[in-house]
Design a protein around this ligand. Structure first.
Ligand SMILES: *Cc1c(COP(=O)(O)O)cnc(C)c1O
Length: 494
């Protein structure tokens, strides 16, 4: 299996794609074709555990990795790192809705599913290339990626990791998770700007010629832990395959029977993994793309015009506060049947004008498989309160957006097909907003007392990963202007 760029056709191996993160022309790496999983194979995987499912799916894409290498990656990432050794369990919340709980990992968000394994995949890839260089992982984060990447890469040999987050664009708990990170190879820095500023800054630095020289002089090379890296996408495909296997196993679906997925979306990585799972044979009927008030994707799916020229809103679901959804580029590549000239043209328009309109055939195709919906913070809180009242189920602010949009979809279309809803974070990561949805009481000022109050009200446990942050030393205090990111990186690495 080879990988090509979305904007030009240079073919590379999976190890090369994972090591580089992004193609030289700024495009993203995509598999040249999609391996299919047969109904017999699904039936067999339904009886297997998560690690086996992961190894089987990854092997179909990472054909230049040996079976031993893949087993090593999978076991390192998914043995003993997730609660109950169960990285992606389903929870039935009634009305033909199943929560795919993706937050039982070390940092309590779905990013762990990919970022626990990426350091293994990347280390193996670098060994294959054997340049002797140290990989510098640059991360722009809207909150959850940063911590998950830090947790995955801390003290991993031959890697350095530098994380940028928007100063006022992450929750207090997310900030604390990052600023207390230990590790001899980690750096964390706030920027005066929003997530798109951080992401654009990182993307520009990646392709900057002067920076390339600087790295080469210091025996370093950049890699990316953002969801533009195929090494993050592949492990995300796994949990959609796994969810389908679980639905077959527990009798919720007959073989071949379709289901819908609802995904709270920001950078379009999570929902794109579902699209790729469908390409492999998982019978997904509709992709329901849920956005918060930053509803650029909702408008795009409904009108065919992507227009980022709009106000940026800071919301209670900060990991979805994004106006440029990078992974959408990979979906465009699918929609235009791999015509790199079309994708390149649309991406150039996005860069120059901040907007583009899909050609009619691409728009029509998108509309057959996608539904876009959005809701504001008030509707999100209402969804948290409702599901707790009706089902005694506690969900976070991002998952709440998906729940609300799932309702909206069903009301609008009458389609009551079983929905798998991606539940992307522990409610404890966003305790103030979740608490405000559940109680009118004044909240305690202390962050950890808020966690305890949420525990008391919901009769669930505070995740150990958050409880133990109490009293941790703040190790990373810098905040810089968004134009100073390159200088900061040099100062860290020199
Ligand atoms: C990252 C994140 C999202 C958005 O996922 P994308 O892959 O960027 O679309 C949603 N919810 C949570 C909790 C996240 O951390």
């Amino acid at each position: 299996m080879f990988f090509t760029g979305t904007r030009s056709a240079a073919a590379v191996t999976s190890a090369e794609a994972i090591a580089a993160g992004i193609a030289a022309d700024g495009g993203l790496f995509v598999p040249e074709s999609f391996p299919r999983i047969t109904p017999e194979k699904f039936a067999a995987l339904a009886q297997a555990d998560y690690r086996t499912r992961a190894a089987e799916v990854l092997a179909l894409y990472l054909t230049d990795y040996t079976a031993d290498e893949i087993a090593h990656c999978v076991n390192g990432a998914y043995s003993g790192t997730f609660e109950n050794d169960s990285p992606a369990p389903l929870a039935d919340i009634g009305d033909k809705r199943q929560m795919l709980e993706l937050w039982h990992g070390p940092t309590c968000a779905f990013k762990d599913l990919a970022l626990q394994i990426l350091p293994y995949l990347l280390t193996a890839a670098l060994n294959k290339g054997a340049t002797g260089r140290t990989a510098v992982i640059l991360v722009a984060t809207s909150g959850d990626t940063g911590k998950a990447a830090l947790a995955g890469f801390a003290d991993v040999k031959n890697t350095r990791i530098i994380v940028f987050y928007p100063q006022n664009g992450v929750s207090d708990m997310q900030k604390l998770q990052m600023t207390t990170q230990r590790g001899s190879n980690v750096a964390v820095c706030a920027i005066e700007g929003n997530f798109d500023d951080a992401q654009s800054g990182v993307k520009a630095i990646f392709t900057d010629a002067e920076m390339k020289d600087f790295l080469a002089q210091h025996q370093l090379e950049f890699s990316s832990a953002n969801s533009i890296n195929f090494g993050r996408l592949a492990p995300q495909i796994v949990y959609y395959v796994s969810a389908y296997c679980d639905l077959l196993k527990n009798g919720s679906l007959a073989p071949g029977e379709e289901f819908n997925v609802v995904v709270p979306t920001g950078n379009f990585g999570n929902i794109l993994a579902a699209v790729y799972a469908k390409q492999m044979g998982v019978p997904i009927k509709k992709f329901i793309c849920a956005s918060n008030k930053n509803n650029v994707l909702t408008d795009f799916i409904r009108t065919g015009t992507y227009d980022r020229n709009r106000e940026f809103h800071t919301t209670e679901s900060p990991s979805m506060d994004i106006l440029i959804s990078s992974n959408l580029e990979r979906y465009l590549h699918l929609l235009d049947n791999g015509d790199t000239a079309v994708t390149a043209r649309l991406m150039a328009q996005l860069k120059n004008d901040g907007k583009y309109t899909l050609p009619p055939e691409m728009f029509a195709k998108m509309q057959t498989e996608f539904y876009g919906g959005c809701c504001d913070d008030a509707a999100g809180r209402a969804a948290i309160a409702k599901i707790f009242r009706e089902r005694n189920y506690l969900c976070d602010t991002h998952t709440a957006v998906a729940l609300a949009v799932c309702d909206q979809y069903r009301r609008e279309t009458g389609d009551d097909t079983l929905c798998v809803i991606a539940s992307t974070a522990s409610p404890y990561k966003f305790a103030p907003a979740v608490l405000s949805a559940l109680t009118d009481e004044a909240l305690p000022a202390d962050d950890f007392e808020k966690l305890e109050l949420l525990s008391k009200i919901s009769n669930t446990k505070v995740p150990a990963a958050l409880a133990t942050l109490r009293g941790e030393e703040i190790r990373h205090k810098r905040c810089i202007a968004k134009n100073d990111m390159a200088e900061y990186i040099k100062s860290v690495l020199a």
